[in-house]
Design a protein around this ligand. Structure first.
Ligand SMILES: Nc1nc2c(ncn2[C@@H]2O[C@H](COP(=O)(O)OP(=O)(O)O)[C@@H](O)[C@H]2O)c(=O)[nH]1
Ligand SMILES: [Mg+2]
Length: 225
């Protein structure tokens, strides 16, 4: 092909990919918070923490997404942080982002089952399967989204950007208790995160030191007002 027919692809990593869905109407249903982020960053641990922190004051339920198993739902049931009936597992069978962005039907069905089972539900927390830095929730599924990264991925992660880091309603930098063990500089991580996100909030936390995630729980309370 002649060189002048080859068009360079321009890619703006700060722009979320096209969302096929409109935001869902808010009346008469539970508020939905999506929790995304790389494998192992602490999403399930954060869901458990939020159930402990909010379970007595908020009528809440959880949807987990795993590729082939129901591992995360099983973990939450075993942890006893929430009545087992309040936890629904979606098996995506494909890349996790597909089920939270491209075809959200299985997740919407799970939310609907929970709403039918628990009339007057206030909040559904939806945990995405672990993915990479490009995974974000469709606005048709999540009203608000949290992106969880951890220090073990290295202090470069926030400045690598991607729509999770740059556009999520809340960025959580988790596992700060082990920052010194992996040589992650917290000043670099937080200043890069703020630079990438502008006015959007950033919370640093350790679920070992603060197992009830008090700062994230406060942020969730404000979403529900
Ligand atoms: N040291 C430390 N470990 C954590 C923290 N949060 C989660 N973990 C551990 O990290 C591992 C992965 O957590 P998990 O919630 O399963 O990650 P997910 O894949 O994002 O859902 C588990 O062994 C957790 O116990 C934290 O703040 N500090
Ligand atoms: Mg998990």
């Amino acid at each position: 092909m002649p060189v002048d027919h080859v068009h360079p692809v321009s890619f703006d990593p700060t722009v979320a990919e096209h969302d096929h869905y409109e935001p869902a109407p808010r009346e008469g249903r539970a508020f939905r918070i999506g929790i995304g982020g790389p494998v192992g960053s602490g999403k399930t641990a954060l869901v458990a923490a939020l159930c402990r922190a909010l379970g007595d004051e908020v009528n809440l339920a959880v949807v987990t997404n795993d590729i082939y198993t129901t591992e995360d739902a099983d973990f939450l049931r075993r942890a006893g942080v929430l009545d087992a009936e309040r936890i629904e597992a979606v098996q995506t069978g494909a890349c996790p982002h597909t089920a939270i962005r491209d075809d959200i039907t299985a997740n919407l069905d799970a939310v609907e089952r929970l709403e039918e089972r628990f009339p007057g539900l206030d909040l559904v927390i939806i945990e995405s399967g672990g993915d990479n830095l490009t995974a974000v929730f469709s606005r048709g599924l999540a009203d608000s989204q949290v992106f969880v990264v951890d220090v073990a991925g290295g202090d470069k992660v926030p400045r690598k950007g991607g729509p999770g880091v740059t556009t999520a309603d809340l960025l959580v930098i988790n596992k700060i208790d082990i920052a010194h063990l992996v040589g992650a500089d917290m000043d670099v991580m937080t200043s890069d995160a703020h630079r990438m996100r502008g006015e959007l909030p950033v919370i640093t936390q350790s679920l070992v030191d603060t197992p009830d995630a008090p700062d994230v729980a406060d942020w969730v309370r404000k979403q529900l007002v």
